[in-house]
Design a protein around this ligand. Structure first.
Ligand code: ADP
Ligand code: MG
Length: 319
């Protein structure tokens, strides 16, 4: 079972940034309003994620580390309409199988927090306020082949920062802090969506981008498209979300790129922030272990719609 977990870990946990993504998703699912991420050695030596969410009851702590144990969906039918970021129940088990792992948690009705050390399985009373702290040390210490594939600490840290940036953009109402080696690198206070865009992507993007929004009962598409005079347009500033999840989607990326090409003729790499909120039944998020890809029921329709909206928004800005 240990081996199976380690193999599964290969699909979910590629590098420190994958751990950050999974732990922060869990904190968001737990309703946290403040999330703190602490890195050591670019996340290779240590990743700690603290939240003030609902916590895990002591009796459920061991279960949280079991493979395919999730509190978020109860049956296959619910998989058709997932509202949480997590639902596969794989992440904690996978991460714990390739690191030195502990989780400390407290619910509102508990007299104290409880810490579970994954290696020993030992449960101990601990001190903390309501919420959860997950500590991951020495990622891949027991899978040297995988550890060898990690890049420098600086590169791994940059991936962690980018991952957190993606999550922060989608959840402006949640405050995020990021620390590295005891120094605070980022702090994004709880804010409006526009304020969060400004805090994370800079004044430039907010001031020069064009906003658009469109909505029917089953679908809402909204976003901001960066204009070419905002010279700092970068390929890695393309943020696309489906139901609060950062995704890569070729069809939608194409819709946006072709709109930019049409209206602005050959801008290099468009910068954009686009979020699509769609009925969960209209999208399958269970296509990829890391959930970075999704499948739409009507991807052609969505392509047309998004392209039309983007062309309109960009054309208005030309006038
Ligand atoms: P999933 O998120 O797919 O359910 P995970 O392996 O990421 O699976 O987490 C397993 C379970 O542990 C979750 O379903 C949840 O009940 C609990 N859990 C994990 N992290 C947290 C957290 N930060 N706060 C509250 N509960 C958590
Ligand atoms: Mg999860």
């Amino acid at each position: 079972d240990e081996l199976i977990s380690q193999i599964a870990a290969g699909e979910v946990v590629e590098r420190p940034a994958s751990v950050v993504r999974e732990l922060v998703d869990n904190a968001l699912d737990a309703g946290a309003s403040q999330i703190t991420v602490r890195l050591l050695g670019g996340g290779i030596r240590g990743i700690t994620v603290e939240d003030d969410g609902a916590g895990i009851p002591e009796s459920e702590l061991p279960l949280a580390l079991k493979r395919h144990a999730t509190s978020k969906i109860r049956d296959l039918h619910e998989l058709e309409s997932v509202h949480s970021l997590g639902f596969r129940g794989e992440a904690l088990a996978a991460i714990a199988s390739v690191s030195d792992f502990s989780v400390t948690s407290r619910t509102t009705d508990a007299a104290h927090a409880t810490r579970l050390d994954a290696r020993s399985g030992e449960l101990r009373p601990a001190a903390r306020t309501v919420g959860t702290t997950v500590e991951v040390r020495e990622l891949f210490f027991n899978t040297p082949a995988r550890r060898k594939f990690l890049k420098t600490e600086a590169t791994e840290q940059a991936h962690c920062v980018e991952t957190l940036r993606r999550q922060a953009l989608a959840h402006p109402g949640v405050a995020f802090s990021l620390w590295s080696e005891g120094m605070r690198l980022e702090h994004w206070r709880a804010a409006s969506a526009d304020q969060r865009l400004q805090d994370v992507l800079g004044d430039d993007f907010l001031l020069t981008s064009r906003a658009f929004a469109w909505e029917v009962p089953s679908l809402r598409v909204q976003g901001r498209l960066g204009l070419p005079e905002a010279a700092r347009s970068r390929a890695d500033h393309q943020y696309l979300y489906v139901n609060g999840r950062f995704v890569r989607d070729r069809t939608l990326a194409h819709a946006l790129r072709s709109a930019f090409d049409d209206v602005l003729h050959g801008q290099r790499q468009p910068t954009y922030f686009v979020r699509i909120d769609i009925e969960p039944e209209q999208v399958d998020v269970n296509v990829h272990p890391t959930k970075i890809e999704v499948r739409f029921r009507d991807s052609r329709g969505l392509h047309q719609q998004l392209r039309r909206l983007a062309v309109e928004a960009l054309a208005t800005s030309q006038a």
